[in-house]
Design a protein around this ligand. Structure first.
Ligand code: 5AD
Length: 465
C-alpha cells in the first residue's frame, strides 16, 4: 500500500492542533520557533534541508530566511572530506559567540557530519544543543522541544526503512527541483564515508515519485533532478532506474529530467535506452571515474576496471549522440604511483570529459581505506597531481566548448546572470552554462541561443529564432 505524501505546500497555520496519526513526531507543547537551516555539501543535503523544512513547517515552526531572525539554527552538514568538516567546526565557533549573547538560541548540527563524529562533536563543541543524523528528521519537532525544556537532544539512529516517502519537502519556488528517489548506499567504496553516515540503500516507490513529479510540474518546475547516492541502482522491488526515467519523462508538462550520481557498475541497458529515446531526459551524464588505474580502482572497491569503464563510455556515446559526460576524480589515493596517476590523466585525455570535479584523497575515519590502507602520497604530491588534472581538464573543457561556437543551442532561461544584470543565464540540455542578453525572453522560457564565444566553463551568445 502506498501512503500518500502529506501536503505541505500550504502549511498548517500556527497553533492549529495536528491530526493524531501524524507521521512527524510531535512536541508536547509546540512553541513556534523561527528556524534557519544552513546547508553544506551535496544536492542530497539541499534536498534533505527541504525535507526538514517540510517537517518543521508542518509541526508549526516557521523558517527564517535570515540567520539574524532565527531562534533555532540548524547546520545540515557534509562529511565527505576533512575540509567539509573543518568548515562546519569553524562555523560552529563563530555561532558559539552568538549563542553567548542570545541565551535561548538553539544550535543544532544535522546530517552526515553529525552522524560521522557522533559524541565527538559534542566534546568538540559542547554548546551544541541538538545532534541529529540523516534518518532522524521526523524527530526535529521533538528535538526542539526537548532542548527548549533544557535537555540536549541526540538522535543518531540509522533506520534502514526510513525513506520519508510520506513527507512532502518544501522547496523554494524555481525551475529546477531536486527529488530524492533513493537514500543510503550499498557500494562500500573503501574511501567513502557515505554508507556509514547514510546507512543502507532504499528506494522510494515509483508511483509516489511520479505523483511528486506531477505536483512539481503543477507548481511550475520545469526540470527535475533525480537524486541518489548511486541513483541508477534505484529499484523499488517492481521498477528499475530505466523504468523510472521513462515514467518521469512521460509526465505531462515536464521539460527536462536529469539525475545524479550514477555508478558505472549499475549503468543498465534500460538507463541508456531511456537516455537515448526519451526526449525529456537530458543528454548529460555525471559518471564518476575516481581513477584511471585498474589497480587503484580495485583498492577503492569500485567494482569496475578502467577497460570496462572505457567500454561503457563508448556504448553510451554510440547510443546517445552528443552526450555530454562529466566525472569525479580522486588523486593521491593510498598507494597511487606516478604510473597509476599517469593512467588517470591518459584516460581523461582519451574520454575528454566536458567537465570534472577533482579531489585530493582525504582519509575518513571509519572507512576501510582508513583502517587498512596507508595514506602514503604526500600532501605536496597530492597538490601537484590535483593541479595537473585541473589544468588538463580546463584545457579539454575549453576545447570542447569552442566546438559550440557558431552553433545554436537550446537553453532554459534560469535567471539573471550573476555578473551582468542585462544578461540571462541558463543551461543547455547537456548542462553547459550559457549567458546571453535578455532581449524579450522571460525566466522559464526555452530559447535558442547562437553561440559566439566560449570559455572552459561558459558559452556566450545571443537569442536567435
Ligand atoms: N576523499 C576525497 N574525495 C572523496 N570523494 C568521496 N570520498 C572522498 C574522500 N575520502 C569524492 C568522490 C565522490 C565525490 C562525491 O567525492 O570523487 O564521487
Amino acid at each position: 500500500m502506498i501512503k500518500p505524501r502529506v501536503q505541505t505546500k500550504n502549511p498548517i497555520p500556527l497553533y492549529q492542533p495536528l491530526p493524531i496519526a501524524d507521521p512527524i513526531a510531535q512536541s508536547d507543547s509546540p512553541q513556534p520557533r523561527r528556524v534557519y537551516i544552513e546547508t553544506y555539501g551535496c544536492q542530497m543535503n539541499v534536498s534533505d534541508s527541504e525535507l526538514m523544512t517540510g517537517v518543521l513547517t508542518r509541526s508549526g515552526h516557521r523558517i527564517a530566511n535570515r540567520i539574524e531572525d532565527a531562534d533555532v539554527i540548524l547546520l545540515n552538514t557534509c562529511a565527505i572530506r576533512e575540509n567539509a568538516e573543518t568548515k562546519v567546526i569553524n562555523r560552529l565557533t563563530q555561532l558559539s559567540h552568538r549563542k553567548r549573547k542570545q541565551e535561548d538560541l538553539i544550535l543544532g548540527v544535522c546530517g552526515c557530519m553529525a552522524q560521522h563524529l557522533r559524541t565527538k562533536l559534542v566534546e568538540a563543541a559542547p554548546y551544541v544543543d541538538l545532534v541529529m543524523g540523516p534518518d532522524a528528521y521526523r524527530d526535529l519537532p521533538r528535538a526542539i522541544n526537548s532542548v527548549a525544556s533544557g535537555d540536549p537532544f541526540i538522535n543518531l539512529k540509522l533506520d534502514k526503512t526510513e525513506d520519508y516517502a510520506d513527507i512532502a519537502p518544501i522547496r523554494k519556488d524555481g525551475l529546477r527541483a531536486w527529488l530524492t528517489i533513493q537514500r543510503g548506499c550499498d557500494k562500500m567504496c573503501t574511501f567513502c564515508i557515505v554508507p556509514f553516515v547514510r546507512g543502507r540503500e532504499r528506494s522510494i516507490p515509483l508511483p509516489i515519485l511520479v505523483d511528486d513529479v506531477k505536483r512539481l510540474v503543477d507548481e511550475g518546475f520545469k526540470e527535475i533532478v533525480l537524486l541518489g547516492q548511486t541513483v541508477n541502482s534505484y529499484n523499488d522491488g517492481k521498477h528499475d532506474f530505466g523504468g523510472l526515467l521513462y515514467a518521469v519523462g512521460d509526465v505531462d508538462g515536464i521539460e527536462r529530467v536529469r539525475f545524479t550520481s550514477p555508478h558505472p557498475s549499475d549503468a543498465s541497458g534500460g538507463m541508456i535506452d531511456a537516455m537515448a529515446n526519451c526526449a525529456q531526459v537530458c543528454k548529460h551524464i555525471h559518471l564518476p571515474l575516481q581513477s584511471g588505474s585498474t589497480r587503484i580502482l580495485k583498492k577503492m572497491h569500485r567494482t569496475y576496471t578502467a577497460e570496462e569503464y572505457r567500454t561503457l563510455i563508448a556504448t553510451m556515446r554510440e547510443r546517445v549522440p552528443n552526450l555530454a559526460i562529466s566525472t569525479d576524480i580522486i588523486v593521491g589515493f593510498c598507494g597511487e604511483t606516478e604510473q597509476d596517476f599517469a593512467e588517470t590523466c591518459d584516460l581523461m585525455s582519451e574520454i575528454r570529459y566536458d567537465s570534472a570535479f577533482t579531489f585530493k584523497y582525504s582519509p575518513r575515519e571509519g572507512t576501510l581505506a582508513h583502517r587498512s590502507l596507508e595514506d602514503d602520497v604526500s600532501e605536496k604530491e597530492k597538490g601537484k597531481r590535483l593541479r595537473t588534472v585541473i589544468e588538463l581538464q580546463e584545457k579539454i573543457s575549453h576545447e570542447i566548448n569552442q566546438e559550440s561556437v557558431g552553433k545554436t543551442v537550446e537553453v532554459l532561461v534560469e535567471g539573471e546572470s550573476r555578473r551582468q544584470s542585462d544578461n540571462y543565464q541558463g543551461k543547455t540540455d547537456n548542462f553547459k552554462t550559457t549567458v546571453f542578453p535578455k532581449e524579450n525572453a522571460v525566466v522559464g522560457d526555452l530559447v535558442k541561443v547562437a553561440i559566439e564565444s566560449a570559455s572552459a566553463h561558459t558559452l556566450v551568445g545571443r537569442i536567435t529564432v
